[in-house]
Design a protein around this ligand. Structure first.
Ligand SMILES: [Fe+2]
Length: 218
């Protein structure tokens, strides 16, 4: 008879397995690797900034690290696309990456919160995001935090189709899309943190102890 007992979650083992997959994705799409590391740091900083407890901060950091892991399932044609605009079918393929990430992480028995953050990191406050078109109050706080970090890093780094902008310009852009795309409360907390402490990836702060899945301020 087969043993159906699920393995106990072991973060370090899972992370090393995922690191292997992430490295494979890094070979396929070199931009993603550095991007994931920076998003993890910005997301951690923002989570600390609003006073989340250490366990939530760690889940959000992991979610940031893994948010685009589903891109491993995308075709080279899409990953290597250097055009400004993706064609309709390419866009549809790109939009599958959150769900591919969810499927992958479920196989590795990651915590449900981390999987949710990966699955919902392209949802927008006004419901125009993907893959589910969730409204603000339906999106987990960690996914909203990762989205702010993701947008900031996308704006401040060079992409095949876009030159990077300064972080001052990037913060102004975040404010422009605050409310429709990003949570206004999180954008203001992020701006305050970056203005006060800069963009150093090793910046840390002492953290406090509350643990919301959703928070009406954000
Ligand atoms: Fe993504």
């Amino acid at each position: 008879m087969r043993n159906n007992i699920k393995p106990i979650y072991d973060a370090e083992t899972q992370i090393s397995k995922i690191a292997t997959i992430a490295a494979a994705l890094g070979i396929k799409d070199p931009y993603t690797q550095g991007h994931a590391r920076r998003v993890a740091v910005y997301a951690r900083r923002l989570a600390e900034c609003i006073g989340l407890n250490p366990a939530d901060v760690e889940n959000i950091r992991l979610g940031g690290l893994l948010h685009d892991i589903g891109k491993i399932g995308l075709s080279e044609r899409v990953l290597n696309n250097t055009h400004n605009r993706l064609s309709g079918d390419m866009l549809a393929e790109v939009q599958q990456h959150p769900q591919i990430g969810v499927t992958l992480l479920k196989d590795y028995n990651f915590p449900a919160a981390v999987i949710d953050f990966v699955g919902y990191h392209h949802e927008k406050m006004d419901g125009s995001g993907y893959p589910h078109g969730l409204m603000s109050y339906q999106i987990p706080l960690g996914a909203k935090i990762i989205r702010v970090a993701d947008c900031f890093d996308a704006i401040t780094t060079d992409r095949p189709y876009q030159q990077h902008k300064s972080w001052i310009e990037a913060l102004a852009i975040l404010r422009q899309i605050s409310g429709s795309d990003l949570s206004p409360g999180l954008v203001e907390a992020f701006i305050a943190d970056i203005k006060e402490n800069g963009t150093a990836l090793d910046h840390t702060r002492s953290i406090s102890f509350y643990s919301p899945v959703f928070d009406s301020r954000f």
